[in-house]
Design a protein around this ligand. Structure first.
Ligand SMILES: Nc1nc2c(ncn2[C@@H]2O[C@H](COP(=O)(O)OP(=O)(O)OP(=O)(O)O)[C@@H](O)[C@H]2O)c(=O)[nH]1
Ligand SMILES: [Zn+2]
Length: 363
């Protein structure tokens, strides 16, 4: 019998630790490292890092490295050497592009090329899954077991964690109840909870759609600004309401409300992206400057919920071909694509054009 948390539970702790500024310990391939999120680092912890033996690096993604003209010898990540007089402001300036235009000269940056980047790569994945900026201080550790015990730190063996960082967590249905809505009176809200301690996702069932026929479905990603505040910068609010209205008038449908704010980067990072957009970058460039891919969402969650609810075929309300491809590749038949063109305005016209030109959205 063991009450010790398993690797999935330890990963959930690791995410929470990094968000609070507490370091975690990564182990693998005979090595170990102390890892801090660059975003939540403070001066006291930086001073402690400098008192350690060994050379810490600031790990960033190749996307961020491209903007900073740093070499990414490891392909997808770059291990940037800390200068002798490193300051918290220097680290934050590399991690966060907010002041890139104000102070463009950050370098020249020196990147490490010897050794492996397995621990560094895992550090970036965990930072991303914690919805932090993808930048981490990675400091080599000698006696990781004793060090983590002495300091009460969460230890993550990378080979055990990697499959879980790449997989979609199983979800369990928690509860469902009737929810009459102005656009669809015969509504029912279902709550699904992932086993990895991540965000809950919702399914709004309209009517009682037969399970043996393609159901009118929408995979909607959370957009606090569009869905709740009525932001004009995107088309999310009108799409959400348009989809519910169509389901209401047809008397049946299923809307999945996936808590993947900002195409999976979280609201804080989405607001960082908006701030870059105010400086003239488009929605895709802004994500890249922050160190993210254009779209960090995991659409497998949507097909898992549909299957869990008994559906195997959809009439999918979308303009996004990636959603169609992901449904089909995960065993949900897309019998029809139903276009959802609503909510274009003067503020979001350029955003919608970028999605069509760069992200392949259908017009
Ligand atoms: N990172 C980032 N996310 C954004 C931006 N604008 C909107 N979003 C997010 O983009 C997502 C939009 O999701 P969806 O409504 O599924 O839209 P879609 O992928 O374009 O696909 P369809 O609407 O189905 O055609 C939401 O999570 C928004 O929060 C932006 O400028 N940057
Ligand atoms: Zn939106």
């Amino acid at each position: 019998m063991s009450f010790a948390p398993d690797i999935i539970e330890r990963l959930a702790r690791a995410r929470a630790d990094l968000r609070m500024g507490v370091p975690i310990v990564l182990t693998g391939s005979g090595k170990a490292a102390l890892v801090f999120s660059a975003e939540t680092l403070n001066v006291d912890r930086l001073a402690d890092i400098q008192s350690l033996d060994g050379k810490p690096v600031l790990t960033i993604t190749a996307r961020r490295a491209e903007t900073l003209k740093a070499r990414a010898y490891d392909g997808d990540v770059s291990r940037v050497v800390l200068p002798a007089d490193v300051s918290l402001a220097w680290i934050q300036g590399i991690a966060d592009p907010a002041d890139d235009l104000k102070s463009p000269m950050k370098g020249p940056l020196l990147s490490e090329r010897d050794g492996t980047a397995d621990l560094h790569r895992a550090a970036i994945k965990i930072a991303k899954s914690a919805q932090l900026l993808p930048a981490a201080i990675v400091a080599p550790l000698e006696d990781a077991a004793q060090f983590s015990l002495d300091n009460g730190l969460t230890v993550i063996p990378v080979d055990l964690a990697s499959p879980h960082l790449a997989a979609t967590s199983p979800l369990n249905s928690v509860v469902h109840a009737r929810l009459p809505m102005s656009l669809a009176e015969a509504g029912r809200l279902h709550i699904f909870r992932p086993e990895d301690g991540g965000e809950e996702h919702y399914a709004i069932e309209v009517g009682r759609p037969p399970r043996d026929k393609p159901v009118l479905a929408r995979l909607h990603s959370a957009c606090f600004t569009g869905d709740v505040l009525g932001s004009l910068k995107c088309d999310c609010g009108p799409q959400l309401h348009g989809a519910l209205a169509q389901m209401g008038s047809e008397g049946a449908g299923i809307l999945l409300y996936l808590n993947q704010e900002g195409r999976g980067i979280g609201l804080a990072n989405k607001m960082r992206a908006y701030s870059l957009q105010d400086q003239g970058f488009d929605t895709v460039e802004a994500n890249h400057r922050l160190g993210f891919e254009d779209d960090e969402r995991d659409f497998r969650i949507g097909s898992n919920i549909l299957k869990e609810m008994g559906f195997s075929a959809v009439r999918l309300l979308t303009n996004n071909p990636r959603k169609i491809a992901m449904m089909e590749s995960t065993g949900i038949d897309v019998a029809e694509r139903v276009p959802l063109k609503v909510g274009e305005n003067a503020h979001n016209a350029a955003y919608l054009a970028t999605k069509a030109n760069k992200s392949g959205h259908l017009l």
